[in-house]
Design a binder for this molecule. Structure first.
Ligand code: DQA
Length: 151
């Protein structure tokens, strides 16, 4: 089973970026955390981060061509502005779980606009980096058993 993890703008700065909101762990430590859980789950996992909307759209399209089974996606600020990212998710019809480190709904009003959620099978928000592990567990359970209930 192949899973792709996509992280959007500024998530390469994890650890130094607003640590009171996003914590002190780096992007590399997030990748290591996910790689360790992927080994436990026996899935093939790759991670990609970009600060560019089009690069994320390209990665979603390429995932489909490469036979990826499902996506974990933190679109970061593009959550609130992008039409192209949810359109790409709908186009490839791969199951995607949306992840946010913080809880955008509990922050500034502009973060309550979410254009990506409706193109995803589930959302995990506000659980820090651990939320990525929850999202991965959920996605893999769902791929292994399509009847797996949503959270
Ligand atoms: C975020 C929340 C977004 O509102 C913000 O723009 C981000 C990170 C999160 O993981 O909590 O960059 O997606």
């Amino acid at each position: 089973m192949k899973i792709l993890v996509l992280n959007g703008p500024n998530l390469n700065l994890l650890g130094t970026r607003e640590p009171d909101i996003y914590g002190h762990d780096s992007y590399d430590s997030l990748v290591a955390l996910l790689a360790a859980r992927a080994r436990e789950l026996d899935v093939d996992l790759a991670c990609f981060q970009s600060n560019h909307e089009g690069a994320l759209v390209d990665a979603i399209q390429q995932a489909w061509r490469d036979g990826v089974d499902g996506l974990l996606l933190n679109p970061a600020a593009y959550t609130h502005t992008s039409v192209a990212i949810p359109d790409a998710l709908r186009a490839v019809r791969l199951p995607a779980v949306e992840v946010h480190i913080s809880d955008p709904d509990a922050r500034e009003p502009f973060r309550r606009v979410n254009l990506v959620r409706s193109a995803c099978v589930a959302t995990v928000s506000g659980h820090g980096l651990h939320g990525y592990l929850e999202a991965l567990d959920l996605l893999v359970a769902r791929l292994r058993d399509p009847a797996h209930p949503e959270p």
